[in-house]
Design a protein. Structure first.
Ligand code: 1CP
Length: 345
C-alpha cells in the first residue's frame, strides 16, 4: 500500500482534503442486484461467509459499481460467537438466531476458548480481496465491539430492547465481565490476523451502544473497546493500523468516547451537533448522512449532503459515509448519484 495514493488513509491521518474519501457502511449487501444473484445460492448466510472466493467477489461489487475509496471485508461480526461454539444461523426473514446462546453464568465459564485459526476462512477472504483490489484502494477489516457481540450472544437473536441481556448483566455481573474480557481478547487476536492477512484499516462496530445509559456504556462497552484499541496500539504488528470506532447513538459525551483512543469516530446520523473544535486534530470524523435520505428525491439528497460537506469542509480528516448502513430498500442509483455528487462539488 502506498499511503500517498490513498485519500482514505490521508483522511484517517487527519489531513484536510479538497474532496473527502467515500465509502458506505453495508456497501455490499441486499440492496445490490449483483449481491442478491450470488446470495440466492446459499441457504444460510454464514455458509456464504465461509467461502473466501465468494466474499472476495461480494466485497468488490460496490467498488466496481461506484468506484469507492475503500473496500470492506465481506463477512459478519457474528463469526466470533459462532467460532466460540454458540452456533449462529441466519434464518430467512429473521436475522441471526443462536442455537447455543449464553443462558447462565456457568455457560460463560464453559464457553470454548476462541481458536483464532478456526476463522481462517475470514483471513483467506482478506488476502483474496487485497490481491484483487487496485493498490490505492485500502481494505477495512472489522469486528463487533465486545458489548455488541455479548448482547447478541446472550439474547440469542436480535431484539429491540435486549431485555434478556440487560437482566443477565444485572444478575450475573461478574460473569458478564468475564465474558466481555474473553470477547475483547478474541477480537484482538481476530483483528491481528486480519491485519496480517492484508487489512489496512480496522473498524469496530458498537451497533448496540444505544441500549446503555451513560454509566453503563462506560462500564460495559467503552472500557472494553478502550482495552481492545490499547492491545492493538501496543502490538508491533497492529500499532500502525488506523482504527475507526462506529458507535450507534451512545449516551456518553464525545470527549468520553474519545478516551477510547480511536483514530476516527464514525458518527451515527443523529450525532449532528458535535463541537468540532473539541475533536479537530485529535480524531478524524466519518459520517453521517441519514441513510433514509437516500429514499428521497435527488434534490433532497443534494440539500442534505451539501449541509454535511459544508460542515466538514476544512476539517482535518473527514471521511464521507452514512450514519449507519445502507438498508435493503435503497436503490443503487441513489448511491451512484450521491457518490458522483460529492466528487462534483
Ligand atoms: O441475508 C442476507 O443477505 C444477510 C444480510 C447481511 C449482510 C450483507 C448480514 C446479516 N450481514 C451482512 C454483511 C456484513 N455485516 C458486513 C459486510 C458487508 C459490507 O459492509 O459491505 C458487515 C461490515 C456487517 C457488520 C454487521 N453485522 C453489523 C454491524 C453493522 C451495523 O449495521 O450496525 C451487525 C449489527 C451485524 C449483524 C447482522 N448480520 C446480518 C444482519 C441482518 C445483522 C443485523 C441483525 C439485527 O438487526 O440485529
Amino acid at each position: 500500500m502506498i499511503e500517498k495514493e490513498s485519500i482514505f488513509l490521508k483522511a484517517l491521518n487527519k489531513e484536510t482534503l479538497p474532496v473527502p474519501p467515500i465509502w458506505y457502511m453495508r456497501q455490499a449487501g441486499r440492496y445490490m442486484p449483483e449481491y442478491r444473484a450470488v446470495r440466492k445460492n446459499f441457504k444460510n448466510f454464514l455458509d456464504m461467509c465461509k467461502e473466501p472466493e465468494v466474499c472476495c467477489e461480494l466485497a468488490l461489487q460496490p467498488i466496481e459499481a461506484f468506484e469507492l475509496d475503500s473496500a470492506i471485508l465481506f463477512s459478519d461480526i457474528l463469526t466470533i460467537p459462532d467460532a466460540m461454539g454458540l452456533d449462529v444461523n441466519f434464518l430467512e426473514g429473521e436475522g441471526p438466531v443462536f442455537g447455543n446462546p449464553i443462558k447462565t453464568a456457568q455457560d460463560v465459564l464453559d464457553i470454548e476458548d476462541f481458536d483464532t485459526e478456526s476463522l481462517s476462512y475470514v483471513y483467506k477472504a482478506v488476502t483474496n480481496i487485497k490481491n484483487d483490489l487496485p493498490t490505492h484502494i485500502p481494505l477495512i477489516g472489522f469486528c463487533g465491539s465486545p458489548w455488541t457481540l455479548a448482547a447478541y450472544s446472550i439474547e440469542g437473536r436480535s431484539s429491540k430492547d435486549f431485555l434478556i441481556t440487560r437482566n443477565f448483566i444485572k444478575e450475573n455481573n461478574a460473569e458478564a465481565h468475564i465474558f466481555l474480557e474473553k470477547l475483547t481478547n478474541a477480537c484482538f487476536a481476530y483483528l491481528k490476523r486480519q491485519i496480517e492477512a492484508g487489512a489496512d484499516v480496522i473498524q469496530i462496530f458498537d451497533s448496540w451502544a444505544n441500549l446503555l445509559s451513560e454509566e453503563e456504556y462506560k462500564i460495559y462497552s467503552l472500557s472494553y473497546i478502550t482495552k481492545l484499541i490499547s492491545l492493538l496500539k501496543n502490538d508491533p504488528t497492529t500499532e500502525n493500523t488506523p482504527v475507526i470506532l462506529f458507535s450507534r447513538e451512545p449516551k456518553a459525551k464525545l470527549q468520553t468516547i474519545m478516551t477510547s483512543n480511536s483514530d476516527c469516530l464514525s458518527l451515527y446520523w443523529s450525532m449532528n451537533n458535535i463541537d468540532l473544535d473539541q475533536t479537530a486534530n485529535k480524531v478524524a470524523i466519518q459520517g453521517n448522512l441519514n441513510p433514509e435520505i437516500l429514499l428521497e428525491s435527488n434534490d433532497v439528497i443534494k440539500r442534505e449532503t451539501l449541509k454535511i460537506l459544508q460542515k466538514y469542509k476544512n476539517y482535518p480528516g473527514y471521511v464521507f459515509n452514512l450514519g449507519h448502513g445502507i438498508t435493503p430498500n435503497i436503490n443503487p442509483e441513489k448511491i451512484k448519484y450521491l457518490t458522483d455528487l460529492i466528487r462534483s462539488i
